[in-house]
Design a protein around this ligand. Structure first.
Ligand code: MTE
Ligand code: HPA
Ligand code: MOS
Length: 750
């Protein structure tokens, strides 16, 4: 099935928040934020701004009727700063005016005096001062101390991975309409409608039922709208509560980049020990997460770093720690991979270091240590249906590895100033929210009198194609054309108490709930069909808009069946709830079975490096990926390509820069470079591994949203490989992104 949104996207008729036709009395909000990263607010003068023609009112913490508190996991974040500011970009007030243009003008008229405090921008500084947003966590298996004594080789080093701007095409925004009796309808570009509903109720001081959140679709989220779409919706709701008119907030790109958190930068260190036959016998890592000024999702992101710290390698003795460090940056947040990529970069760096020091190819150590069936992860889950070796072998085949490797060798021999490099990146990623209680979803299905169907779930469409997959499920179960089915907007009144669309689990969770509801309806309808067709229920099939008796070639049309059912007062609506079975996690012991299943795959990346300029091109990426039994290969291939390129951007070009004062200097698209058409691989080959899928994946079609981002990590090591082919004096560094500037320095260091 084609992506159901493709025609409206291409013709420009898809509706995003800014396209909603607004009431004529709508006012517009612009956020006044701190320009200092840390300090005490001495005074603020709003009088000039308030005098500006068209300014309606300026809202601050004083206007909050409930709690000035938007923290999710930990309640440590104010909606609007009261006495102190903790990062540049922290909201202080909302200016509401006749237009956003006027509101922005007014913003320039506000004067503020701040007594500046010391600014901390790095995780290591924060750790030294013992500033954390939440407690450190430690995962352990075996005994690393003893194991290191048994190792022939031991290597240690430090690594750094920078943050990453989400750069969803649709900036953050919301439109809030007051309704009668103090109720509010919030249209929001959020991955988490319930989070927004809950926090808006908390801040406004009203029950959740007075707030209805509605989400049609997002112009991309990538994790950046899991928690951080909330505050805009809440601010607008506070203004609507006071003014009783609709309020709209759409952040412009500059505001969006400056105000919102990003992927967490990590400063990490590792110690890896290998036996003489190159088995990784012990691994230790400390991860310093730059969490930003408040917790946001950082504790959960930190946890996932530990879950993925050994990637898809079999290591018996592991000890890893993560420290969520409190700094004066915007609170960093979910970003595709959710801490996993940061963990995986470190183990790959450790292997690269060991390989170089020992004098073997990195792939030899990788290959020797690939995860095997029934291996135990450091968190206690037993690896099942492992496809690591399988994907590795297939990727070798797909890329013609041994031939290409020889060609690269020859090429590098024959070329002085152009070098090629290559790297292999096997991955595994756990599917489920790491917080077990979040792994459930609901669906609501209405069959209307004319046989058309309306479906509501908690799934938020953000470009990943989940609505198309929901459509496929209902269409397949009922055996009717997709044109008879509508996927409704995601709405907290129709489907309540939902988890955000995240953790790559949206299709699994919501799809399973939808499937359950459809099956109940089918069972109800089949009784009628059996009677009408004088057939046994088990001989009936829902197919091609009919219920057909296969043995007697009798059939009844879907519409006819629904007409009869309605006349006989049969319930044509159904809701269902699905909670992932089998999963649990004991946070005291740091052991359990947190994931429904794992996704596997391997990429092979080859690059060409211009050793005069320090620039590089990615020639080819070959990927063998475990889709299970993909229910929509077109969409899933799109997810692989998008994830890969996003991972490449993180590893190569995208350089977030804050100065010492904690001011974001990479604050626009002229100073923050994301991959363009020249930066993407010239060729991407993707092959599906033939697997049985997994019963906890909907239709055995495994989750695909986040895992492919981590194929991009291979790019870093392919560039490193090319540099090593040019400069024998280059001392390995593990400091991403590997921008052309850094590459050039590496090429000529002595
Ligand atoms: N693909 C597109 N086009 N846009 C997005 O915002 N988000 C990613 C991934 N793929 C995203 C995307 C992230 S961070 C996640 S968690 C998953 O999609 C969420 O959707 P899923 O659970 O349906 O895979
Ligand atoms: N992944 C993504 N988002 C989340 C998670 C997770 O594991 N836990 C809470 N939010
Ligand atoms: Mo994705 S980072 O779980 O929204």
């Amino acid at each position: 099935m084609k992506n159901k949104d493709s025609i409206s996207h291409v013709t420009g008729t898809s509706i995003y928040i800014d396209d909603i036709i607004t009431r004529s009395d709508t006012l517009h909000g612009v956020i006044f934020a701190s320009q200092k990263a840390h300090g005490k607010i001495i005074s603020i003068d709003y009088s000039e701004a308030e005098k500006l023609e068209g300014v309606e009112r300026i809202f601050t913490f004083k206007d909050i009727k409930g709690e000035n508190q938007i923290g999710g996991i930990i309640q440590d974040e104010a909606l609007w700063a009261k006495d102190e500011v903790h990062y540049a970009g922290q909201p202080i007030a909302l200016i509401v005016a006749k237009s956003s243009f006027i509101a922005r003008q007014a913003r320039g008229l506000i004067s503020i005096e701040i007594e500046e405090f010391k600014v901390i921008t790095t995780a290591s500084e924060a750790k030294e001062k013992k500033l954390f947003v939440s407690n450190p966590r430690h995962f352990s298996i075996g005994n690393t101390e003893e194991a290191f004594n048994e190792c022939t080789y031991i290597f240690e080093d430090v690594t750094f991975t920078n943050g990453q701007e989400h750069l969803y095409l649709e900036t953050q925004g919301c439109y809030v309409c007051p309704e009668e009796n103090g109720h509010f309808k919030i249209y929001s570009s959020t991955q988490g409608p319930t989070i927004l509903q809950k926090i808006a109720a908390r801040v406004l001081g009203i029950p959740m039922y007075q707030i209805e959140v509605d989400v049609l679709r997002l112009g991309g989220g990538f994790g950046g709208k899991e928690d951080q779409a909330t505050s805009w919706g809440v601010m607008a709701a506070v203004a609507a509560q006071h003014l009783n008119v609709p309020i709209k907030i759409i952040l412009d790109r500059h505001d969006d980049i400056k105000f919102t958190g990003k992927r967490h930068p990590y400063e990490s260190s590792f110690k890896i020990g290998l036996t003489k036959d190159l088995k990784i016998h012990a691994f230790e890592a400390d991860f310093l997460q730059n969490s930003g000024a408040s917790a946001d999702l950082s504790p959960a992101v930190a946890e996932r770093t530990l879950f993925h710290a050994t990637n898809c390698y079999s290591i018996k003795n592991v000890h890893t720690s993560v420290y969520p460090c409190k700094t004066n940056l915007p609170p960093n947040t979910a970003f595709r991979g959710f801490g996993g990529p940061q963990g995986m970069f470190v183990i790959e760096s450790a292997i690269a270091k060991a390989a170089h020091q020992i004098g073997v190819c990195k792939s030899i150590i990788q290959k020797k240590n690939l995860l095997q069936e029934n291996d135990i992860f450091s968190y206690g889950q037993i690896a099942k249906n492992v496809e690591t070796e399988n994907s590795w072998n297939l990727a070798m085949e797909l890329s013609n590895f041994s031939i290409i490797k020889e060609e690269i060798k020859q090429f590098n021999k024959n070329n002085k100033y152009i070098k090629k490099g290559m790297a292999i990146m096997p991955i595994t990623f756990g599917i489920s929210f790491t917080n077990t209680s979040m792994n459930h979803a609901r669906a609501l299905v209405h069959i209307y009198l004319d046989g058309s169907v309306g479906i509501s779930t908690a799934a938020v469409e953000m470009g990943q194609g989940v609505n198309t997959k929901m459509l496929q499920i209902a269409s397949q179960e009922f055996g009717i054309d997709a044109s008879k089915i509508k996927i409704e907007s995601t709405n907290t009144t129709r489907v309540a108490n939902t988890s955000p669309s995240a953790a790559s689990s949206t299709t699994d969770l919501n799809g399973k709930a939808l499937l359950k509801a459809c099956i109940v309806l089918k069972n109800r309808l089949i009784n009628i069909a059996a009677r009408e067709l004088l057939s046994d229920k088990k001989d009936l099939k829902f197919e091609n808009n009919y219920v057909i008796n296969l043995t007697q070639t009798k059939k009844i049309s879907w519409e006819e069946l629904i007409t009869i059912a309605a006349l006989e007062r049969v319930q044509l609506s159904e809701k269902a709830h699905y909670a992932t079975p089998e999963i649990y996690f004991d946070k005291k012991a740091e052991k359990g079975h947190p994931f429904a299943y794992h996704v596997y795959g391997t990429s092979v990346t080859t690059i060409t490096l211009d050793c005069i300029r320090g620039t590089y091109e990615i020639d080819q990426v070959d990927i063998a990926h475990d889709f299970g039994k993909s229910m929509n290969l077109d969409i899933d291939l799109g997810q692989i390509e998008g994830g890969l390129v996003q991972g490449i951007g993180w590893m190569t070009l995208e350089e977030i820069a804050y100065n010492k004062e904690g001011i974001l200097t990479s604050n626009s698209l002229s100073t923050y470079k994301i991959p363009d058409v020249f930066a993407v691989p010239k060729k991407i080959n993707i092959k599906a591994i033939e697997t049985n899928g997994n019963d906890l994946a909907i239709y055995k079609s495994k989750a695909v949203g986040e895992p492919p981002l981590m194929y991009g990590i291979g790019t870093y090591f392919a560039i490193q490989d090319a540099i090593q082919n040019f400069n024998p004096n280059y001392e390995q560094k593990f400091h991403a992104p590997f921008t052309p500037e850094k590459v050039l320095l590496a090429l000529y260091e002595s």
